[in-house]
Design a protein around this ligand. Structure first.
Ligand SMILES: Nc1ncnc2c1ncn2[C@@H]1O[C@H](COP(=O)(O)OP(=O)(O)OP(=O)(O)O)[C@@H](O)[C@H]1O
Ligand SMILES: [Mg+2]
Length: 375
């Protein structure tokens, strides 16, 4: 029976006294009947819903109200409706293929279950900070046309004994109210290894409760999790995810595309190409920030194009960790990384220092090097 999944969910909502869940799935059933041309049957379902007592549920179709921490009453998650924005995230070919395959599996979940090869729709995104995990989670929800329920896992952790496991349960029960993407950001805050000697028994209980909740999810809840610290994850948690996708530092192709997209008309493709080598080791977030800062500087100076040397300087500073440097040390750093881009004349216009002074700085540097070599 094609409508069995919805009927079972309506039943589950009724048995758990979760009127919102029953209503949401009844609405989905009505939509499905409409699509199949059974408008009369859809109308019967909607008529029934319209006669339900109003106090039973809030606005139909909205995940509402958001669950809150039992002690602080702070919301445990945010709900958004991301829209597809193809240029927003630039992934390598392998990641793109995996994400597309995942989306196709979610769309065909009923068929996969019918074929006896069930599918648990879950992805663990891991990798260094600022490489696009959060943006990708938003894109996946947008591609699936599902609401995104984002929980920052550190806010789920409570200092009260047992309250963290309760928060996790409340969150997953809320997510089960209708099809949605549940995104567990900063996931390591919850899923640290069970054998971490520093942690107490409470953490073990939290991990067990997390595993139980992940296992109990139906295929209507797509679970995404993101972490910068995959090594902290319990192997049992790691295994639970159908897909584990590493979102690493961008490769040269992604860097070029990111620069072109964020610099827009403010630089030619050839100009952005010259700074690609200065982006190696940088996250997408740092590259994006340098590009945006250069465009901002151009706009403030009433220019229609960025100063490529200014962008290159921002990137080298980011590669250097952004530590404070005096002017001379900064000039030395720039020339050591990209002598072609930072000739004396460019340094002169970037820093407003006289050519004589610049020549002097690098002469002293050469003399120092000679002395060191001789010693
Ligand atoms: N590959 C990428 N393509 C496009 N934009 C990117 C990419 N990587 C990072 N960015 C940009 O960097 C910013 C930060 O990305 P995001 O917040 O998704 O990173 P993250 O991996 O979730 O970081 P964290 O681990 O610190 O939470 C975003 O504004 C995003 O536009
Ligand atoms: Mg993030």
């Amino acid at each position: 029976m094609d409508h069995l999944p919805e009927v079972l969910k309506i039943l589950e909502g009724a048995l758990k006294s979760n009127a919102q869940m029953a209503v949401n799935y009844a609405n989905l059933l009505a939509e499905k009947l409409d699509r199949e041309g059974s408008g009369q049957h859809a109308k019967l379902v909607r008529d029934k819903l319209s006669r339900a007592p109003k106090q039973l549920f809030s606005t139909a179709g909205v995940l509402n109200p958001l669950p809150v921490d039992s002690e602080s009453r702070f919301p445990l998650a945010d709900e958004t409706r991301p829209v597809v924005d193809e240029g927003r995230i630039l992934m390598n070919a392998q990641t793109t293929a995996l994400v597309n395959e995942f989306v196709a599996c979610v769309h065909k979940a009923d068929d996969l279950i019918a074929a006896g090869v069930g599918f648990s729709p879950s992805i663990l995104l891991y990798g260094p900070p600022g490489c696009g995990k959060t943006v990708l989670a938003n894109q996946i929800a947008a591609k699936l046309a599902l609401p995104l329920l984002t929980a920052r896992c550190d806010t789920l952790v409570s200092s009260f004994l047992g309250a963290t496991s309760k928060n996790i349960r409340t969150l997953f029960e809320h997510a089960a109210g209708r099809p949605c993407v549940l995104f567990l950001d900063e996931f390591d805050a919850l899923a640290k290894a069970r054998d971490d000697k520093q942690e107490l028994g409470e953490l073990k209980r939290v991990v067990v409760s997390l595993l139980q909740n992940i296992d109990a999810q139906s295929h209507n809840t797509v679970v995404l999790a993101a972490t910068n610290h995959p090594q902290l994850l319990d192997p049992a948690v790691w295994r639970r995810f159908a897909y584990r996708i590493e979102i690493g530092l961008p490769d040269n192709e992604q860097i070029s595309a990111l620069l072109n997209s964020r610099l827009g008309n403010y630089a030619t493709a050839k100009e952005s190409e010259t700074v690609v080598p200065l982006c190696s080791g940088l996250s997408g977030a740092l590259i994006e920030q340098a590009a945006h800062d250069s465009v901002r500087a151009a706009v403030l100076a009433n220019r229609k194009a960025i100063d490529v040397a200014d962008l290159a300087r921002r990137l080298v500073r980011a590669q250097d960790g952004g530590r404070p440097l005096n002017l001379e040390d900064e000039m030395r750093l720039l020339r050591s990384r990209a002598p072609n881009l930072f000739d004396y004349r460019t340094l002169h216009s970037l820093f407003g220092v006289s050519m004589r002074r610049i020549t002097q700085v690098f002469k002293e540097q050469k003399e120092d090097a000679h002395e060191r070599a001789a010693a």
